[in-house]
Design a protein around this ligand. Sequence first.
Ligand code: LMR
Length: 394
Amino acid sequence: MLSNLTPQDPDKILALMGEFKADPRQGKIDLGVGVYKDPTGHTPIMRAVKAAEARLLETETSKSYTVLAGEPAYREAMAKMILADLYKPELTATLATVGGTGALRQGFELARMGSPEMRVFYSDPTWPNHLSILKWMGVETIPYRYFDNASRGVDFEGMKADLAQAKAGDVVLLHGCCHNPTGANLTVAQWKEIAAVIAKTGATPMIDLAYQGFGDGLEEDAQGTRIIVESFPEVLIAASCSKNFGIYRERSGVLIAIATDTKSRDLTQGAMAFLNRQTFSFPPDHGARIVTTILSDAELAADWKAELEEVRNGMLRIRANLASELRALSGSNRFDFVEQHRGMFSRLGASPEQVKKIKDDFAIYLVGDSRLNIAGLNDESVPILARAIIEAGV
Ligand code: LMR
């Protein structure tokens, strides 16, 4: 049986992590995988996370099972953080999942249970694992235009035209903020227009919210999601705590499903718990408990928000520095998009050959589509990257 297996295509982002590790060159720079690093190149544990863990060590008295859908307090705290006063418990089903990827997978499974013939519309480009999961599930995927390579902004007219082709029973997958891999995002006015376009088709929106707090702020980054929630009777949201709480390896995510009435909400909640049971049974709890401890304690929550703001502002400063270096070296403002993009990533718009040259000649690792992780840079590496970009002819 096992000898019948064939090799799987490696995930490009994870393969790049391995390639970087194996590179013996001194001064190599990793701008690949989306993990936050401080200016010393370290991925720190946030202060509030450490404090919450210390508290849990003292107070937790049992490691017995929770419930299949995960601790209710965690799910409620996350729903409130994302939806604020739009959170209506009687219409909202929630599920603790194995990270944001687990939330996406369970969300796709749930959607397919309700709409077996569904097609999923995805932004072109999108996070490669969206497509990999959907392909593995045998779900038909349809791209919608998103990134305009000339302006490095959103191709809004193309996006609207393509989304108008969706129909009832389809899912439209949207990045809630900090678009991965491009860094180009919708304005509030554009979110409203997109909501109106999708609403006309009868399709169901599903939002991937993996970077709340990394773009314009914790509340600001939830605005697009909230506009969608206000505009549709049914919405799916797959959220991650990996980045904004910095608890990547704890695998804490949540799937939120907003239903039209309480009966449908109860059915959805049951289906979600069933999906967890079929996949891994009970979801991981430690990360979820850290998040709950932080969000339910005013002092810890304030400290977490303050540190998240430090992280976010640090990335904005790096964006400004990189744009300024590139302005000086290129004698033009054609790289100013780096400063306008938001979140962890920017897509440079470089060719695969240019990305390879940047890696070969400068030991700087970008994802092959020229996505760079802004949080992998610091004051020393910004000028090195700027020079590499210009010398590679981008
Ligand atoms: C990324 O896009 O780099 C992150 O979401 C990490 C991952 O799992 O790919």
